[in-house]
Design a protein around this ligand. Structure first.
Ligand code: ADP
Ligand code: ASP
Ligand code: MG
Length: 356
């Protein structure tokens, strides 16, 4: 049902969440495709969640690491490379539009902030989880206003909303735990009125803030999780994950050629695949959707006419659904009679030494 918790603003009429991953906003051509997809969804009242431009978060983390190591020159070079890429994307998308100068100026100001952060890190010569998040969050802080401006230029009633106002998390920097009650209250206050006015809110995924307003992130790949948290907060009819493959496949297509599309899969199977390494979904994405019984779809933004994957409670059972794998994982098997009834044996310094 579409009933909310006591004291919450009603979620309003049925709406959907459409999340676009890094490759779906990777350059001006990809953003233009994304704008077209959102246009085709307007009557379903979409809330749009976007990742950083493909590769940006990796570069930002490299920037932070170089700065903290004292390689300020390298860090600032990465900052300027990202600045040029974002400004070029803005020019390609809205170069001839009245909003261009404002968006370019805001983007420039964020890059000035990023350069200051790099300088601060190089002076401190130290990277804390909190300052890591200040830098890593920059990708989605940059991408969401750019996508919103591209939509507005294309005639869509898009409105940028800073996700940090609504994605409230614990203070576990680098892996903020979403505070779902706070998120529901903030989402309904900030997003429901926009939807009622026929607007399309555009938010960055992955980023949030503590109750005190300090920027956090949900962990790598967390934009999927943002989308499902917003969907659950708003009692969405559907959560759509738009990415660079046709849907959830029987294996990672980068590893197994000939992997096949899974048309329909159960929540628990999808969650298990995600947990065991199927990068197409962040491992936490399914839980908020399951709680509210909201179907999750995975679609290819390069092939919007595709049927994608539908994730629900009731897909038909099959003996083997898919294969997932994790790289850079070591399994260590320890057998020792002296470990019997010795709680904490694994934490012992000697055991730790072998493990390292
Ligand atoms: P996005 O930037 O859109 O979030 P990701 O790179 O995070 O995209 O996830 C999509 C990628 O997940 C695909 O390109 C694919 O290589 C990988 N992947 C791994 N396992 C699977 C799977 N079982 N089905 C589909 N894609 C998978
Ligand atoms: N940009 C973030 C990352 O690369 C979040 C995401 O894309 O899902 O981890
Ligand atoms: Mg992803």
């Amino acid at each position: 049902g579409r009933h909310g918790a006591v004291g919450l603003e009603p979620a309003g009429s049925p709406m959907i969440v459409c999340k676009f991953g890094g490759t779906s906003v990777g350059d001006s051509a990809a953003i233009a495709r994304t704008v077209g997809i959102v246009r085709s969804k307007l009557e379903r009242e979409p809330v749009v969640v976007v990742s950083a431009l493909a590769g940006t978060t990796n570069r930002l983390i490299e920037l932070a690491e170089h700065a903290a190591k004292g390689d300020l020159i390298v860090a600032l070079a990465i900052c300027e490379e990202l600045r040029a890429r974002h400004l070029a994307t803005i020019t390609e998308l809205i170069g001839d539009h009245a909003s261009h100068d404002d968006v370019a100026a805001e983007t420039g100001a964020m890059f000035d902030e990023l350069a200051h952060l790099a300088e601060a890190l190089s002076v401190l010569a130290h990277l804390t989880p909190r300052s890591h998040d200040a830098v890593a969050s920059m990708g989605e802080r940059l991408s969401a206003p750019i996508v919103a401006a591209a939509m507005a230029k294309a005639g869509l009633p898009a409105v940028f909303v800073d996700a940090r106002r609504v994605m409230i998390t614990s203070e576990d920097f680098g892996r903020g735990e979403p505070l779902t009650d706070d998120i529901a209250i903030a989402c309904r206050a900030a997003l429901a009125p926009l939807l009622r006015e026929g607007k399309v809110p555009v938010l960055g995924g992955y980023i949030g803030s503590t109750r005190a307003g300090v920027t956090t992130t949900l962990g790598r790949g967390g934009s999927d999780y943002s989308a499902s948290l917003f969907g659950a907060a708003m009692d969405a009819e559907a959560i759509e994950i738009w990415t660079d493959v046709d849907g959830m496949l029987t294996a990672d297509p980068r590893v197994v050629s000939g992997a096949q599309l899974i048309g329909h899969i159960r929540f628990d199977e999808a969650a298990e695949l995600a947990n065991f390494g199927a990068k197409v979904l962040h491992p936490s994405t399914i839980a908020p959707a399951v709680k509210k019984g909201i179907p999750v779809f995975v679609f290819n933004s390069r092939k919007p006419e595709g049927t994608g994957t539908r994730i629900t409670f009731d897909a038909p059972r099959t003996p083997v659904r898919a294969i997932a794998g994790k790289t850079r994982t070591v399994v260590v098997k320890i057998r020792s009679p002296r470990m019997l009834a010795t709680p904490g044996a694994n934490a012992d310094a000697k055991v730790k030494h072998w493990l390292e």
